[in-house]
Design a binder for this molecule. Structure first.
Ligand code: R7I
Ligand code: MG
Ligand code: MG
Length: 309
């Protein structure tokens, strides 16, 4: 039982990184054949800011047992300073620079962005998977996910998006991978968990698209696939719920339909990896993943330090 849970935790973190890395390659290799050949040619599968920030959250949980915004902001900032080349958007680096220059809190600098409402970029959801693992049985899951968003994303949609993605990971951990998967039960549980009308209606739309047999390109067009969290997250949920039995098919769906490919790969990959477990992720992808030992170590540390529920 323990080893099953560990394989889900590891699958989630490695699934996030693989979806991110393969999704990044899909910006130039835009068909399945081209993507397969790029992955085959690559010596190393390199992840981007999405996974780097997820690692920051896992690190914070392991070190402090919490995701309090200021300590988490300091970890994000230090990791960014060490590896600024991971493909960050403009928001987080501008927050880090402002905190450094003016000495205000991370969440204060974050809430000043985009006309004073904060960012609704998908940055809070793309990195939240370790919160979903750590608090998968906790009634505090929603609040903790929001807390992890605060150092960089304070917009109500970014908070709700972080909570929905964390819940998707938590639900995936609790489902038997060999059993019958119901897209309806999974997506309706998320619809009920979301607190914004935007997310509730997008998750319902994702379910309708699956049930009506829409094509994946049509679903991507209908749900949206941009860096806005209320577009790319619903399509990532669709990708997992449509292809629950295969990590590879789930990732192809998430990254081969345009838009924010690395991030949809990361979000769908974290859920799929949490559902299927690490052994079900493609071996030839796993063996090329950068820093893969670190993901396994962090997964084990997270599992051994879970909060009492
Ligand atoms: O959300 P964030 O960390 O970006 C994540 C993306 C992922 O695709 C990563 O792979 C990486 O490439 O970056 O960074 P933000 O800068 O907070 O948000 C991303 C973008 O969303 C911004 O640069 C804006 O273009 C857009 N955006 C908004 N646009 C209008 N109004 C975010 N919030 C707003 C807004 O309120
Ligand atoms: Mg990225
Ligand atoms: Mg991206």
């Amino acid at each position: 039982m323990q080893s099953t849970l560990l394989s889900r935790f590891t699958g989630c973190l490695i699934g996030e990184a693989l979806g991110d890395a393969v999704g990044e390659l899909a910006f130039s290799a835009r068909t399945r054949d081209l993507l397969d050949s790029e992955v085959e040619k690559a010596e190393l599968l390199r992840y981007t800011d999405d996974t780097a920030m997820a690692l920051g959250i896992a690190q914070c949980l392991v070190e402090s047992g919490s995701v309090a915004p200021e300590p988490l902001g300091r970890i994000f900032h230090a990791n960014y300073s060490r590896e600024p080349w991971r493909g960050y958007a403009s928001g987080p680096p501008s927050i880090f620079a402002r905190v450094q220059a003016v000495g205000i809190k991370y969440s204060e600098a974050a809430s000043a962005l985009f006309g004073g409402r904060g960012s609704f970029g998908n940055g809070s959801a793309m990195r939240v998977a370790p919160v979903g693992l750590f608090y998968h049985k906790s009634p505090e899951l929603y609040e903790r996910a929001c807390e992890s968003a605060m150092p960089t994303h304070t917009h109500p949609l970014a908070l709700d998006g972080a909570a929905v993605q964390a819940k998707a990971v938590a639900l995936a951990i609790g489902l038997p991978p060999g059993g019958a998967f119901s897209p309806r039960s999974f997506l309706e549980a998320l619809e009920g968990f979301a607190r914004t009308t935007e997310f509730r209606s997008k998750i319902r739309l994702a379910l309708d698209l699956i049930l009506s047999g829409a094509s994946d390109p049509d679903a991507a067009r209908t749900l949206g696939k941009s860096v806005a969290v209320h577009e790319s997250l619903p399509f990532s949920l669709y990708s997992f719920a449509k292809y629950p039995a295969s990590f590879r098919e789930c990732i192809y769906c998430a990254v081969l339909n345009g838009g924010d490919r690395d991030t949809m790969g990361a979000m769908a990959g974290a859920i799929s990896g949490a559902y299927l477990g690490v052994a079900s992720l493609p071996g030839e992808w796993r063996e090329k993943l950068e820093n893969s030992v670190l993901f396994s170590e962090l997964a084990a540390s997270l599992m051994h330090n879970l909060p009492l529920s």
